[in-house]
Design a protein around this ligand. Structure first.
Ligand code: PLP
Length: 363
């Protein structure tokens, strides 16, 4: 006897975390290792968030609130929306997967840019939809006109990652508004804004103002990046009550655990801390971009907490391995759709100086 798997299983890409070959996951957070591969925050949670997490942990005998009432209310207040428009999930990745299941069936089409976030390639095989990947422009931006040209009567989902992972480029909200105005009503537009707090083109809530005009628009946000809570797994979407109900219909009821709900709800109360994290990140961004360019490498202006570094003709696997020898973990571009590049997350000032020194040595 053996297990007979669904044929779609063979088409699901599989996720490789930023762990160097042959190393246990513990090794990447060990003493002296600069983990710059997963776009996490180098700074731990606010102390009040850690306290809220500890308090919630001590009540772990109870199931969580399936409606995540407090968390959804605080998110709604933060963005001046109704809680009915707010979906919370076990990371914003869960919302992407649920949206594909709820919106797409065999024969449907979904459109996204490439290179972009490594979760998007899961959506077509899981839902049976057909995916259309639209190449970024030569300057690493979404080609919105080319994406619009791919929309058909069968298109269910158009995903725009903004700022884009892994290239760190950003499309201003005014361009997103133009895009929405040109997208037919039957297409749902998901703008994945995991890094929106780090861009300086717009007020981070400029796109939130578009929700009133475009009922087929959904914005994705996360606690994994600027809030420094990647380990808790909480993300959210701002959209419509209909979108929230659809996501809720296709996933398990208790997807956001009680500890995560408590930590995220507390984190929302410390926006001064969030602003400080953004400031510190931007200081590191200026330093890393300048340092990389001084080494003669080019990198698109980053609007996120990481840089996409063009290594020219160099062998990217070799550079990644040499950085690894120095205790610097970065992500090789090949796995992200960009051979010849590395993606490096900004760490602490000390980690970034070590990264630049190790990169210089590796070159
Ligand atoms: C990190 C990231 C997310 C966040 O995913 P979570 O599941 O919320 O941790 C979402 N979108 C993009 C583009 C990302 O890079």
């Amino acid at each position: 006897m053996s297990i007979t798997f669904a044929s779609k299983l063979a088409t699901i890409p599989g996720y490789s975390a930023g762990v160097p070959k042959g190393k246990a996951p513990e090794a990447i957070v060990g003493e002296g290792i600069a983990q710059l591969a997963s776009n996490e925050s180098p700074w731990g949670p606010h102390p009040a968030v850690s306290e809220a997490i500890a308090r919630a942990a001590s009540a772990s005998n109870r199931y969580p609130d399936p409606a995540a009432t407090l968390l959804r209310r605080r998110i709604a207040e933060r963005h001046e929306r109704s809680p009915a428009d707010v979906v919370v999930a076990n990371g914003s990745c869960e919302i992407l997967l649920a949206a594909a299941l709820a919106l797409c069936e065999p024969g449907a089409e979904l459109v996204y840019a490439w290179p972009s976030f490594s979760i998007y390639p899961y959506l077509a095989p899981l839902s049976g939809a057909r995916e259309i990947r639209v190449a970024l422009t030569d300057d690493h931006r979404h080609d919105l006109d080319a994406m619009l040209a791919e929309l058909t009567a069968a298109t269910q989902l158009l995903i725009v990652c903004n700022p884009n992972n892994p290239t760190a480029t950003h499309i201003p909200a005014a361009r997103i508004a133009e895009l929405c105005a040109r997208v037919p009503d039957h297409v749902t537009v998901i703008v994945d804004e995991a890094y929106v707090e780090f861009q300086l083109n717009d007020d981070p809530d400029a796109t939130v103002d578009l929700l009133g005009d475009f009922p087929n628009l959904v914005l994705l946000r996360t606690f994994s990046k600027v809030y420094g809570l990647a380990g808790l797994r909480v993300g959210y979407a701002l959209g419509s009550p209909a979108f929230r109900e659809a996501v809720d219909a296709v996933r398990q009821p208790f997807s956001v655990n009680a500890v995560a709900q408590a930590g995220a709800a507390e984190a929302l109360r410390h926006q001064d801390d969030v602003a400080g994290r953004v400031e510190r990140t931007i200081i590191e961004r200026v330093n890393v971009e300048a340092g990389v360019r001084e080494l003669g490498l080019s990198t698109p202006d980053s609007h996120a907490n990481f840089s996409w570094v063009d290594l020219g003709d160099r062998d990217e696997a070799e550079i990644v391995a040499e950085l690894g020898e120095q205790g610097i973990v970065v992500r090789a571009g090949a796995a992200l759709g960009g051979p010849g590049y590395i993606r490096v997350t900004y760490g602490t000032g000390e980690q970034n100086r070590r990264f630049l020194a190790a990169l210089e040595a590796a070159l």
